[in-house]
Ligand binder design. Structure first.
Ligand code: DGL
Length: 268
């Protein structure tokens, strides 16, 4: 047993898709969440910059004695996670591998689509990992740079004209290639699931990278006997940008009252 908190981080609110699943499957855990809202979006940034940001976040997490970290960000997971794992003894999981494995399991036709940020798609890591698992005929990949800013502004509804227009543009290659499984390779995108389903229909299975990562972390903590003792869990939110709008959005996503503190991440 290990009562220390789990650290979870992302460029903004996307990683809360990991948190909401963790709260479901591991309700006794204490979670420390950091959203780098002063520097969002990450998806257009280069690897060295992202590595610098992630090192700062890990140093903040370590100062809070976390027992494990979830890089709840597809962009960090595809560009710098192996390097961060080499540099630290802290158990660390990302969102890429578990989601690729799930996509392979659920596809029936072998035609899998992946949508993610520009940096993730440019890295080619999702495409290579899915293809390496075999059993896949075709991977259709699409970068979606307009989506993270829309989600960060809370514009996820099917009534939002700009959001629906952007999604129609990005999902057109998926319809053309008749994918039966779509991997949501950026943790912000599960917040658009309803809008994505409205366009693709119920036949396409959506794979939520955030939820898959939470399941993976649970297994890892179980294997290492690092789960928290039974009792009420907790959530502490930090944001590098304005904490009030961040907390308001977190409240909508998690369906519970939320309070966030501002963190000067440049100090780390
Ligand atoms: N949630 C991050 C991801 O999974 C968003 C990256 C961004 O800020 O562009 O990739």
């Amino acid at each position: 047993m290990d009562p220390r908190p789990i650290g979870v981080f992302d460029s903004g609110v996307g990683g809360l898709t990991v948190v909401r699943q963790l709260q479901k499957i591991l309700p006794s855990e204490h979670i420390l969440y950091f959203g780098d809202t002063a520097r969002v979006p990450y998806g257009g940034r280069d690897r060295e910059t992202l590595l610098g940001y992630a090192r700062q976040v890990l140093s903040f997490m370590q100062s809070h004695q976390v027992k494990a970290v979830v890089a709840a960000c597809g962009t960090i997971s595809t560009t710098c996670l192996p390097r961060l794992q080499e540099e630290s003894d802290l158990p660390m999981v990302g969102v890429m591998d578990p989601a690729c494995r799930r996509s392979i399991e659920v596809t029936r036709s072998g035609k899998v689509g992946v949508i993610a940020t520009q940096a993730s798609i440019n890295s080619g890591v999702y495409q290579r990992t899915i293809e390496a698992c075999g059993n896949v005929q075709q991977v259709t990949a699409q970068a979606c740079p307009k989506l993270v800013p829309l989600v960060e502004s809370g514009r996820c509804s099917t009534d939002d004209v700009e959001t629906m227009e952007a999604l129609r543009e990005y999902l057109e290659p998926m319809q053309r290639d008749q994918v039966d499984t779509l991997l949501l390779g950026c943790t912000h995108y599960p917040l658009l699931s309803e809008a994505i389903r409205a366009i693709l229909g119920p036949e396409v299975t959506l794979v939520d990278s955030g939820a898959e990562a939470a399941g993976h972390l649970m297994q890892m903590l179980q294997q290492r006997d690092m789960l928290a003792p039974k009792g009420p869990g907790s959530l502490q939110l930090y944001a590098s940008g304005q904490p009030e709008p961040f907390a308001a959005l977190a409240e909508r996503i998690l369906g519970e009252p939320c309070h966030a503190l501002q963190l000067d991440i440049e100090r780390y």
